[in-house]
Design a protein around this ligand. Structure first.
Ligand SMILES: Cc1cc2nc3c(=O)[nH]c(=O)nc-3n(C[C@H](O)[C@H](O)[C@H](O)COP(=O)(O)O)c2cc1C
Length: 406
């Protein structure tokens, strides 16, 4: 089943069911994509995955999640984007640009006053992220147009589609959450209103791209946060976006305050035993729509991937961290020489430090692996977390530890 092709509603075909999920690479220079990104995606395209999603690409400088994120707000980098698209669509792969705005999760090093639906600060981020201010109605409309502009440029550059990042506590996810969105205008209150930012972004993108360009979504199954976006609301968003004609929906969960996308800490042991964090949710989403579904988080063994696809509740297996360690994972499985990749939690072993920066350190560790791939080196599973920590502090100062959490 992993190697069965899949055809989207618009007629575009994917050669297999491996969906390389977004991983923020932090390889841009002054927000611009360059040779390292081109080489990294060449490696992944030749590794055999059917779909490659880029790390989040920011639609505006106010929404950067780290200093070294790619930002595409106009056509100045069109030729670089073309090279990137060419690299990532080799070997029959589809390359999807993930489009994002970090909202209140934009760190101090980037945003003095981050933007959000409402002025609700993030818990536990003092010193790294400043409290946000609420967006005005006209700023919201401008941002919607900026998402569409980035998508238009992605199509012009040769990308196969875009994925709207509606998960992990970034701006769209903030709008969806009753905890983060306390607005009393047409952008807040009922789920229909909280969803409006997302649906308008979707319509705005569709209005400027061609029929064969894929437009997908990454959505939380839940925020795993008291008073936050929960599973029943998430299923209703799937139903709505599917009815609007979205091409695919990838399911994840969590945010900076509750990083479930990496750990599934608050979920049942049974879910973890079966590897895939959000598999139970897939069944519920499937019951309300036939939209192509991807479940991401936890897949490591070929058996779990096969079992999940075999359940019929999803169409692709979403895989992130393993691709930083085994970039040719699909080829290895096809060739029968895949050894289940081990992705232990990345820790220094010094508990006070791990509790404070654990998830960020883990992200940095994987970014270091991607940088190795981008420079023609092999991944290094033995890379010391301490080394990564010192390197990050050396290169970026304390602010470096605030950047990047998916
Ligand atoms: C280094 C790193 C960067 C990430 N960046 C993004 C991102 O830009 N956008 C996104 O939607 N998810 C991002 N994620 C989350 C992954 O897409 C995925 O949801 C998560 O890692 C769980 O999947 P896995 O268990 O296969 O790694 C990132 C994860 C890692 C480790």
């Amino acid at each position: 089943m992993l190697f069965q092709p899949f055809t989207f509603a618009n007629g575009k075909t994917v050669k297999n069911r491996f969906f390389k999920s977004a991983m923020e690479e932090q390889l841009a220079k002054h927000s611009r994509p360059g040779d390292e990104l081109v080489r990294l995606y060449e490696v992944w395209a030749n590794g055999g995955a059917g779909v490659l999603v880029t790390g989040n690409v920011m639609v505006d400088k106010s929404g950067k999640g780290s200093i070294d994120d790619v930002m595409v707000a106009d056509e100045r980098d069109l030729s670089r984007l073309q090279q990137w698209a060419q690299a990532g669509t080799q070997n029959g792969a589809l390359l999807i640009m993930q489009v994002n705005h970090a909202g209140k999760q934009s760190p101090k090093a980037v945003s003095a006053v981050p933007l959000a639906p409402s002025a609700v600060p993030l818990a536990g981020m003092d010193g790294f992220i400043n409290p946000p201010r609420a967006l005005t109605d006209s700023e919201i409309k401008t941002l919607i147009a900026q998402f569409a502009e980035t998508a238009r440029i992605a199509e012009k550059a040769g990308f196969s589609g875009v994925q709207i990042h509606g998960a992990h506590g970034y701006l769209i996810s903030q709008f969806l959450s009753p905890h983060h969105n306390r607005r009393e205008d047409r952008w807040g209150g009922s789920l229909e209103n909280r969803m409006r930012f997302l649906t308008e972004i979707y319509h705005a993108i569709r209005a400027v791209v061609g029929q064969t360009f894929l437009v997908g979504l990454k959505l939380n199954s839940a925020d795993f946060q008291k008073g936050g976006f929960d599973e029943s609301e998430s299923v209703r968003v799937v139903q709505k976006m599917s009815a609007l004609g979205i091409d695919f929906i990838e399911i994840s969960g969590g945010n900076y305050e509750s990083p479930e996308m990496l750990t599934a800490a608050r979920q049942k042991a049974g879910t973890r035993q079966r590897e895939a964090f959000f598999l139970d949710y897939a069944e519920k989403a499937r019951a309300v729509s036939r939209v192509p579904l991807i479940i991401t988080g936890g897949f490591r063994s070929q058996a779990a991937m096969n079992e999940a696809l075999g359940s019929g509740h999803l169409d692709f297996v979403g895989i992130a961290r393993p691709f930083a360690l085994v970039p040719d994972l699909p080829n290895k499985i096809a060739g029968g020489d895949y050894q289940t990749v081990k992705t232990e939690r990345i820790k220094t072993g010094f508990a006070p430090l791990d509790n404070k920066v654990g998830a960020v350190l883990e992200m940095d560790w994987y970014m270091n692996q991607m940088k190795r791939l981008a420079n023609g080196k092999q991944p290094d599973p033995t890379l010391s977390p301490w080394k990564v920590l010192f390197k990050t502090l050396w290169e970026n100062g304390k602010a470096g530890l605030s950047t990047g959490r998916s």
